[in-house]
Ligand binder design. Structure first.
Ligand code: SAJ
Length: 423
């Protein structure tokens, strides 16, 4: 049964989801407060990078099944996919969710379904959305159906995972869950697991908190290995041969608008109880400072005066263009505090976001004493170190264990890898 769907929030999740529904025959109205993004989308231009999005957007618009505007309109279904960030004090900022919910209320009619896709603290549907939705005068659960169905996609593989991943469908009532599941059957091939809205909210936050804690474990191991004469990457690989062990990877910090954010929802909910969750967050948030200190110590030990460091990688992880909550920015801030000169280069970030950022690798390397690799972009793995001529010293500090040590050493580089005190 084809529906009209209003998708509020055309970001990394909302736009691919809107386009996916349109490509499966539904009539989709995209809504975003960012007028520039709305105009670009209607011109078939993208304001975000995602594999396969361009051709799918064109197909949806050409079929007359997708258009974008800054205002909602009447529809059978309203999907809310707006940011749910944290404030500087680490408390949840649910204002975008509340405003997006309020924005659709005037258009709600009997039989409509409202689905929240944003990742939120447990009880957001209950305590933030419902007080707005009841202003429609519709009876929740019989005249108006409400659910929470969080996405689990990985940037760069959104369209594959939108189809293949299992989905959690959290209905405010069982009928809400049922209607939501029927809608996602348009393209979801994964299993769809029905539950209540609050459980669905908690499940999603649990998934990302699980990952954050495991990354913190890897980071603690990396620091511990620095004095052992062990390469932690080798040790993790060996440990993971155990059928029930899955130690994650260390790094210069945890970025993105998910893993670095969602665990704070649980800390805010139960600060006395969520001790381990809180400590994991602090461990991961300590890695940028640890990385800057490691860099400064290496340069000091070599007696390099007034060094310049070429920071490679601003995106929060490899092969994407997203800088949200990127640990690279924290590493750069820590290097600035140490008065270490730096340039910053990221082949995926086409606009300069900081003064030190340059768009050419050669310019970044000019007179640099060290390259500091912070994201495992494939483009960095493919660098031929013998071609890097204009550096003052040949040091490379690899926080993602992503370059080939032997190749770089053969090109005359001193190679340092986070967590490797064996080589
Ligand atoms: N990272 C590590 N070590 C690791 C894995 C990741 O340091 O072993 C770092 C990355 O470099 C990055 C950050 O953590 O800075 C987050 O990386 P990520 O791969 O978790 O990327 P996200 O945030 O795009 O994706 C996560 C995924 N959640 C889980 O894997 C449980 C994804 O499935 C979610 O959909 C997404 O969060 C989300 O939007 O919630």
């Amino acid at each position: 049964m084809k529906k009209s769907i209003c998708v509020v929030g055309l970001g990394y999740i909302g736009l691919p989801t809107a386009v996916m529904f349109a490509n499966h025959g539904h009539t989709v109205y995209g809504v975003d407060v960012n007028e520039k993004a709305v105009n670009m989308i209607n011109e078939k231009q993208l304001h975000i990078e995602e594999n396969g999005l361009q051709e799918r957007l064109e197909k949806a618009i050409d079929a007359g099944l997708f258009s974008a505007s800054t205002k909602p309109q009447k529809a059978d279904v309203f999907i809310i996919a707006v940011p749910s960030p944290i404030m500087p004090d680490k408390t949840a900022n649910l204002e975008y969710v509340r405003q997006a919910t309020a924005s659709v209320v005037p258009y709600l009619e009997k039989g409509n379904l409202v689905i929240l896709e944003s990742t939120v603290p447990p009880r957001t549907v209950q305590d933030i959305m419902l007080p707005e939705l009841v202003k429609s005068g519709l009876e929740i659960g019989t005249e108006l159906f409400v659910s929470h169905s969080p996405e689990r996609v990985i940037p760069g593989r959104v369209f594959e995972e939108l189809v293949s991943n299992d989905r959690i469908i959290g209905g405010y009532t069982p009928e809400s869950a049922h209607q939501t599941k029927e809608l996602y059957k348009s393209f979801v091939k994964g299993q769809m697991h029905e539950t209540d809205a609050t459980t669905a909210e908690l499940v999603k936050v649990m998934e990302n908190t699980y990952r954050d804690i495991n990354i913190a474990f890897a980071n603690e191991l990396a620091k511990l290995a620095e004095t052992l004469g062990v390469n932690i990457w080798e040790a993790i690989k060996l440990a993971n041969y155990h059928p029930r062990v899955n130690v994650h990877e260390p790094g210069p910090g945890v970025g993105g608008h998910c893993i670095a954010v969602d665990p704070w929802f649980l800390v805010e909910l139960a600060p006395e109880t969520a001790q381990m969750i809180h400590l994991a967050r602090k461990t991961n948030d300590g890695m940028p400072g640890y990385t800057a200190q490691m860099t400064a110590s290496i340069l000091d030990a070599k007696g390099i005066k007034d060094p310049k460091v070429a920071v490679f990688g601003l995106a929060f992880k490899g092969n994407i263009d997203d800088m949200r909550e990127s640990p690279s920015m924290d590493v750069i801030e820590a290097l600035r505090e140490r008065e270490i000169h730096l340039s910053a280069y990221d082949p995926h970030i086409k606009e300069n976001n900081i003064d030190e950022q340059v768009q050419s690798q050669e310019e970044a390397l000019e007179d640099a004493s060290a390259i500091l690799i912070l994201t495992n972009h494939n483009k960095f793995k493919e660098i031929y170190p013998t071609t890097l001529k204009n550096m003052k010293n040949k040091i490379v500090i690899d926080t993602k264990n992503c370059i080939d040590r032997a190749t770089w050493e053969a090109a005359g580089f001193d190679v340092y890898v986070l967590g490797d005190s064996k080589n």
